[in-house]
Structure formats: structure tokens, C-alpha cells
Design a protein around this ligand. Structure first.
Ligand code: G3P
Length: 227
């Protein structure tokens, strides 16, 4: 007789990787704990590849990722929508990332109305998050680290957005972005962002604790002595 234990993970905290580096994504994905990926033009440049190329490989190699953000770079609504449409056929996880501007939010509304996943990026205030939600955004990405760099508490912005969304039953998901430390990642979850996108290094750092390291060394020594 065998009892099967089901562990439901759909409503747990989510971890996305904020990188376009396939090798790093592959390594982290082997843990089985990664839920998605976010890219931006800077990360694509760093990867030395083109966005369609990276996006196609991500969709094929990681079919379990719930969201893969590909960012449009354009000035007009029409160009943004067309770029978005050109990426969306790569797979259902493809999420069109748009800037929080008048044009970006018009394009967001257009794409969201067609059932395409959208992620409004470069969010630095609750006001912007309200506009993005009203534009039908699937996700909003507040940039915690860059707010902190500018002497504004990034986590407070995450908390304001999350409280507002909860108060009005907004379904837009918060992706806490621009995360440079484990502390900011954990505090993002505490402050109501179910999803945190982080550089691979921050993900690996989540495993680390000095007391785990010390404790393990001591157990190893004692084990050796008992043999
Ligand atoms: O994906 C965009 C965001 O996470 C960038 O982070 O460290 O360049 O501010 P950072």
C-alpha cells in the first residue's frame, strides 16, 4: 500500500530569476524551485543574444515556467503592440513587459484585452501601480533597489501597492524587482509581493546561513570521531 502525499505549491511564494543567462537559469532550475524569468534590455545585452532567440529557448527548455517577461522597446503604442504581438506566439508563458508611460499603458490595455499577459515595469509609486492595474496589467514590477538607491524605501512602495490592491480586490500580481539582497527578497514577500524576481546570486544566497555552515562542520567532525 502506498500513500501519495500531494504538496500544493501554487499559492506559495514565487521565485523568478532576473536574468537572460541560460546557463544560470539552467543551474538554478535544477533545484526545482524556480517559477519564471524576467528579462530587460540590459540583461539581454549582457547575454550577448537577441531577445526572440532567448525567449524561444526559455519557452522550449522551461515549459513549467508560469511567466517569461520580454520587454518591448518603442516610442509609440502601435510599435509596442506590434513588438508584443511578435513575441506572444512563442508560448503562453510569454509576458509582454511595457514601461509605465502613457503609451506603455495604452499598449498594455490593448494587449491585455487580447488575452496576452502583460508586466508593467519601471514602477516607482503606488500611483503608477493603480494606473497599471486599471490598464489590465497581469503583473506590475516595482523596482525596490532603485528606489532604495534614491533614498526612498522600496519596500514601503511594495507594501502600499499590495495593501491597495488587496483593499479593492485587484487581481494584478506584484513582482518585486531590482532586488540585490536576500533581505530585500524576504521583506518583499512579507510586504505582500507574492513574486520576487532576483539575480541568480541572490537566489543561491537564500540557502546560506553561517549557523548552517558551522553546524554542518561540527556534525561532520563529530561524525568522523564516532567512526
Ligand atoms: O528587471 C529589472 C530590474 O530588476 C533591474 O534591477 O538591479 O538593475 O535595478 P537593477
Amino acid at each position: 500500500h502506498c500513500t501519495r502525499i500531494m504538496i500544493y505549491t501554487h499559492n506559495l511564494m514565487k521565485i523568478y530569476l532576473d536574468t537572460a543567462d541560460i546557463e544560470e537559469i539552467r543551474a538554478a532550475n535544477e533545484t526545482g524551485l524556480i517559477d519564471g524569468v524576467t528579462t530587460n534590455p540590459t540583461l539581454i545585452l549582457r547575454s550577448g543574444r537577441t531577445l526572440p532567440d532567448v525567449a524561444k529557448q526559455l519557452v522550449e527548455e522551461f515549459p513549467h515556467f508560469e511567466s517569461i517577461s520580454t520587454e518591448v522597446v518603442a516610442d509609440t503604442v502601435e510599435e509596442m503592440v506590434n513588438q508584443g504581438l511578435s513575441y506572444k506566439d512563442l508560448g503562453s508563458a510569454i509576458t509582454i513587459k511595457l514601461p509605465c508611460t502613457v503609451e506603455g499603458l495604452k499598449a498594455c490595455k490593448n494587449l491585455s484585452n487580447s488575452g496576452i499577459k502583460t508586466n508593467v515595469t519601471l514602477i516607482f509609486s503606488a500611483a503608477q501601480a493603480v494606473l497599471a492595474a486599471k490598464s489590465g496589467a497581469t503583473y506590475v514590477s516595482p523596482f525596490v533597489g532603485r528606489l532604495d538607491d534614491n533614498s526612498v524605501a522600496g519596500l514601503e512602495v511594495v507594501r502600499s501597492i499590495s495593501e491597495l490592491y488587496r483593499m479593492y480586490g485587484v487581481e494584478t500580481n506584484i513582482i518585486s524587482a531590482s532586488i540585490r539582497s536576500v533581505h530585500r527578497a524576504v521583506r518583499s514577500w512579507y510586504n505582500g509581493a507574492r513574486i520576487v524576481t532576483m539575480p541568480p546570486k541572490v537566489f543561491w544566497d537564500m540557502y546560506e546561513h553561517i549557523l548552517t555552515k558551522d553546524g554542518l562542520e561540527r556534525f561532520q567532525q563529530d561524525w568522523n570521531m564516532s567512526q
